[in-house]
Every structure is written in structure tokens, then in C-alpha cells.
Ligand binder design. Structure first.
Ligand code: GLP
Length: 255
């Protein structure tokens, strides 16, 4: 499949890139607040997101940005963890963002990793329905796995896939040892918004820092579009941007 290269911006460090991403989100939230409408945001987890969350909390505390008109959808969740498990993405989001801003609790939506097998398909369909009923995602924030996954859409995922139960790739599980301590404790499956769901967002910003992401960023932005690297699907999106620090941009070919 042919794609365009994705628009990307290189910043001096993760903090300056995060400040720009947060400023774009803040502008959307404020524009909607003025006309009495909601802003629908898709949030991602991962260490990459931490300086970005800090920036959002700063804007809330110091710059008067309110999240009262924001509706949040979280991208993915490990399967098999209780909601209160310290490594659940629900806990991650509460402890790093939601507990520190004024977003109404009823506006926060998570995929649930604690459901039994029979309940999962209906839960995933209901999640998609909630996104549609909210008016669709205005701005989706993403990170990227070293194997090119977005959400938990691992290599092999179809461009049209919807929210569903998916296996987690071995490389991704190995990267998660830093959180879980032991490979065998890292969940083997997850629920994730699908590539098709993600690509329906009106705007997308993918964040990536550090030299360990440099090769995958080059493939995502400048390589062929295909299921070997789900992040390459962003090339087909009319309004996707990638914000990088200098090390993550270090092996990109000249524009
Ligand atoms: C997990 C999440 C992804 C995230 C990725 C990168 O696999 N499911 O949504 O993009 O981690 O994590 P980090 O930002 O810690 O590198």
C-alpha cells in the first residue's frame, strides 16, 4: 500500500516536545469550552507519556486549563489484571494524570482487563459504541513499541481492525519486564483499540523519545505501509504528526 510520509517535528528534548503536544491539546479543549462543547481525547500509556502528562498537569495547575469538558478514552489494557493492579493501565493513568486534573470521573473510559472471556466481545463493541456516541475521537495521543506497535496492535494487525482481544508480542513482553519484574508475570494478552479505531481519530500525535526508538521511527515514517509495522498505517492518515526528540530522530532520512 502506498502512503505519504508522516509529518514529524524534532524537538531538543522530551519536555519541549511534550509542551508543544500539550499546547495543541489545550487549544482544542479551550476552543470547545468556549462554544460549550466537549473535546474527546484518546490517551496512551507508557513512560513516553510521563513528561506529556506533567505538562498537562502544569497547564491545569498554573495556566487555568480545565478538563471539565473533556471525555477520555484509554487506548488499551492488559488482560488478566484486576482494575486496581499496580501495573494496570487504569492505575497508571490515575496515578500519573487523572488524579491530578479536574476531568469528571464519569467522562473517563477504560477497557477492562478483568472480564471473563465470554464478556470481552460485547465489552469491546460497547467501547466502540461509546466512542461513536461521544462524537468520535478528536485527538488521539500515541506512543510506539520498539516493534512498531500502536496501542497493543502488534505486527500482523490489520489496518481495519477494531477494538478487540489481542496477543502481546514477545518483544513487547520483554520490554515490560521493567514494570512487572519477571517475564512470566507480564500478561500475554491485552484489549486494545484497533488500528481502524485509531485511524478514525480526527488528529493523531505520536510521541517518541530516545535512540532505542530511532530505527522503528524511521520505518514508521519513511518505510512501506504494511502490517509488519502497524505504526506505518499512520502514513495513510490525513492529520497524523510525530513529535520526536533528537535521538529518536537520529536515523531519519533527510526530508
Ligand atoms: C505499551 C503500550 C503502548 C505504548 C508502548 C510504549 O506497549 N501498550 O501503547 O506505546 O508501551 O511504551 P513506552 O512509552 O514505555 O516506551
Amino acid at each position: 500500500m502506498s502512503g505519504n510520509t508522516i509529518r514529524y517535528r524534532v524537538f531538543e528534548n522530551p519536555d519541549s516536545a511534550s509542551a508543544q503536544a500539550a499546547a495543541e491539546m489545550a487549544q482544542l479543549i479551550r476552543e470547545r469550552a468556549v462554544i460549550g462543547r466537549t473535546a474527546v481525547i484518546g490517551f496512551a500509556t507508557g513512560r513516553t507519556q510521563l513528561p506529556f502528562f506533567e505538562e498537562l498537569i502544569y497547564l491545569y495547575r498554573e495556566e487555568g486549563l480545565s478538563f471539565r469538558n473533556v471525555i477520555c478514552f484509554n487506548l488499551d489494557e492488559y488482560l488478566g489484571l484486576e482494575q486496581t493492579h499496580p501495573e494496570s493501565f487504569r492505575s497508571f493513568m490515575r496515578w500519573n494524570l487523572y488524579d491530578f486534573i479536574d476531568v469528571p470521573r464519569e467522562n473517563i473510559h477504560f477497557l477492562r482487563g478483568d472480564l471473563t472471556t465470554e464478556k470481552i466481545p460485547a465489552h469491546c463493541r460497547a467501547y466502540e459504541k461509546k466512542i461513536s456516541e461521544a462524537g468520535g475521537i478528536d485527538l488521539q495521543i500515541l506512543g510506539i513499541g520498539r516493534n512498531g506497535h500502536i496501542g497493543f496492535n502488534e505486527p500482523g494487525s490489520d489496518i481495519q481492525c477494531r477494538t478487540s482481544r489481542v496477543p502481546i508480542a514477545e518483544m513487547t513482553r520483554r520490554d515490560a519486564i521493567r514494570d512487572f519484574g519477571d517475564f512470566d508475570d507480564v500478561p500475554t494478552e491485552a484489549l486494545t483499540m484497533g488500528c481502524g479505531t485509531i485511524l478514525e481519530a480526527r488528529k493523531i500525535i505520536l510521541l517518541a523519545w530516545g535512540s532505542q526508538k530511532a530505527r522503528v521511527i524511521r520505518r514508521a515514517i519513511q518505510g512501506p505501509v504494511g502490517s509488519k509495522l502497524p505504526a506505518s498505517y499512520l502514513q495513510t492518515h490525513p492529520s497524523a504528526q510525530v513529535f520526536l526528540d533528537t535521538p529518536a530522530a537520529s536515523v531519519l532520512m533527510e526530508k
